[in-house]
Design a protein around this ligand. Structure first.
Ligand SMILES: Nc1ncnc2c1ncn2[C@@H]1O[C@H](COP(=O)(O)OP(=O)(O)O)[C@@H](O)[C@H]1O
Ligand SMILES: [Mg+2]
Length: 590
């Protein structure tokens, strides 16, 4: 049960006050009772001496009291107590509580303790049960003397009467104590409330602080301990707020860094549950839900990644760097680096960084393939040249007919080498973006006509018909004359090369939207569907030996593609095997 502070303080104060009051009450009542008894005795003694003086003044010359019954009644009435007048030999002469008849029957009082004591000391007292009036009484007696003993005056007071007086006195004391207690209770309650109020307020402020609300500050409660506490709380609030702001900034920084990272990052705790996963990793594994607090293996269902995490968390390895191939959700090659997070030499989690190296590996493969292709393409004509040259030297020169044939082959292969080297150089320059292009407004038709001139003879030889379809007012394009010619030459070369005798080439130049489109269609051998996506790759040829025979290098289309792209254009192909191909490109016009 929660007891509020001011109630606790009230309870403590009240208990202390109560204990104090009880002790005080005990001492006060015993002291006052004593004082009361003393006062009563003094008062009775005084009243006794008054009675004694009065009676002694009434003594006759014979030392006798006239009419003692009346005198006793008079004194008893005046003093409001029982007065008895006794003769020196103990005979009761008068009694304020008894009639004259009763007095006669009263026994001798000489041996009563108070009378005996009075005889000895002039005065005496005694408390005992009175058979006459059936009550406990306090008796006080004094000698009456003129020249010699004339008798005794005795007062009797019921003890119960004294007790009643004492009881009343105690009642008054207790009533005042209760009053004091009630007053102090309300007083202490108010004081406790005042004392505990700042604490209660500071408690509320601390609770607000815990919820992240730092706007409330405790009032400055003076220079005492409460003030110190309020100032400390205020200082703490500022400090915590600053630290939290700093922490937030750091978190934002970390978030920004993590989310802008190309690498995937995941942090797990010692149980393998995800604490953090950045955007790249989520994208990589197509995670569209919040992965935090879930087991890593449930989120990334890859046994190799799971093994790496296990290895780190179970202290099998300190650092793991592995290359893995994944098939889900997409085929990728990943390099995974994982390290443990240590605290007091204990592993409390692991960090896993995931690099997508698919593209790097792909480019590496392309480079390797390219090198292999280049070496192969160069070796073939060089071997041929070398072979024929050796044959000529080994006596082949004597046979004039054959030597001419050999030299022709050497020349053919040298030309082939030259074309290959020239294409390779072109490609290298284009790919390294070092090709100098001079863009100027250009009419496309003269460029086409100039290019067609190169193939006039070969087309005639192969009886290939040519159709050109253009509109009159074609807009100009921004292009490099020499490079655009190179594009036409390459595409026309292919069209002529891969079209059989009697075939047809149809060229159409059209203008749609803001592009100028050129379609070069032939009725040649066509390209199989499976080869179409790769036709613009370097050295990619449908039929290598056929291409080589026809003097091709396999670099033409890839050079064309690069050139078209540098003109901000696009190139594509449509083809049906055995029926023909249509190579199309578009370049923005002015
Ligand atoms: N018009 C075409 N008809 C059929 N196949 C073609 C045509 N143009 C290109 N090709 C195919 O594309 C390949 C690549 O062409 P290219 O890069 O110009 O190399 P090359 O002409 O030196 O063989 C050719 O080997 C050929 O298989
Ligand atoms: Mg070609």
């Amino acid at each position: 049960m929660k007891i509020k502070l001011h109630w606790k303080l009230t309870l403590i104060f009240c208990s202390a006050i109560l204990v104090g009051l009880f002790i005080g009450c005990f001492f006060l009542t015993s002291h006052l009772t004593q004082r009361f008894e003393d006062n009563l005795m003094t008062d009775l003694n005084y009243r006794l001496s008054l009675g004694k003086n009065f009676l002694e003044s009434q003594l006759s010359s014979q030392n006798i009291l006239p009419d003692p019954i009346n005198l006793a009644n008079q004194i008893g009435k005046e003093q409001n107590l029982r007065a008895t007048i006794i003769s020196p030999d103990g005979v009761v002469l008068g009694d304020s509580d008894l009639s004259a008849e009763e007095i006669k029957n009263v026994e001798n009082h000489l041996h009563r303790p108070e009378i005996q004591e009075a005889l000895k000391n002039g005065g005496g007292k005694s408390t005992r049960y009175s058979k006459t009036i059936r009550k406990y009484l306090l008796y006080m007696a004094v000698c009456l003397k003129k020249e010699k003993l004339a008798g005794f005056l005795r007062y009797a007071l019921p003890v119960s009467y004294i007790d009643i007086l004492k009881g009343e006195q105690t009642k008054i004391i207790i009533a005042s104590l209760i009053l004091v207690f009630l007053l102090s209770l309300s007083f202490t309650f108010v004081i406790s409330l005042v004392v505990s109020r700042p604490l209660v307020e500071m408690g509320k402020i601390a609770q607000e602080m815990a919820k992240g609300n730092f706007s409330k500050k405790p009032d400055p409660y003076g220079q005492d301990e409460m003030g110190d506490l309020a100032r400390a709380l205020s200082y703490m609030s500022d400090e915590v707020k600053d630290k939290l702001d700093l922490l937030k900034q750091e978190t934002v920084k970390l978030d920004t860094v993590l989310s802008s990272m190309f690498e995937g990052v995941m942090v797990v705790n010692e149980k393998g549950r995800i604490i953090l996963m950045n955007l790249s990793l989520r994208k990589l594994f197509l995670i569209d839900f919040e992965p935090e607090n879930k087991a890593a293996i449930e989120v990334i269902r890859n046994p190799q990644i799971h093994d790496i995490l296990e290895g780190i968390l179970n202290k099998k390895q300190q650092i793991i760097s592995e290359e893995i191939d994944i098939t889900q959700p997409r085929e990728k090659i990943l390099r995974i680096n994982a390290v443990p997070i240590m605290k007091n030499e204990k592993i409390i989690g692991a960090v896993l960084v995931c690099h997508d190296i698919t593209e790097i590996r792909r480019l590496e493969k392309i480079r390797q393939d390219f090198m292999a292709n280049v070496s192969h393409e160069l070796r073939t004509p060089v071997t041929c040249i070398k072979g024929y040259a050796e044959t000529l030297l080994d006596g082949g020169l004597e046979d004039k007919e054959r030597s001419k044939e050999f030299v022709n082959t050497i020349l053919q292969n040298s030309n082939r080498l030259e074309t290959l080297i020239s294409d390779l150089l072109d490609l290298a320059v284009i790919e390294s973006n070092k090709m100098k292009m001079v863009f100027s407004p250009l009419d496309i038709k003269p460029v086409l006509e100039r290019s067609l001139g190169v193939f006039k003879k070969s087309m005639q030889d192969k009886k290939i018909s040519l159709t050109i379809k253009t509109s009159e007012n074609l807009p100009k394009i921004m292009a490099d004359d020499k490079r655009l010619t190179q594009v036409f030459v390459n595409l026309l070369d292919n069209a002529v090369k891969y079209t059989m005798e009697g075939g047809a080439i149809k060229i159409e130049i059209s203008c749609n939207n803001n592009m100028l489109q050129v379609d070069i269609a032939d009725t040649g051998i066509g390209i199989p569907e499976k080869d179409l996506p790769r036709i613009f790759e370097r050295f990619y040829r449908v039929d290598k030996s056929r291409s080589r025979e026809l003097g091709g290098t396999g670099l033409g289309l890839s050079i064309v593609k690069h050139l078209i792209l540098s003109h901000k254009g696009q190139i594509w192909v449509q083809s049906t095997q055995g029926q023909g191909s249509t190579f199309s490109f578009s370049i923005p016009h002015i």
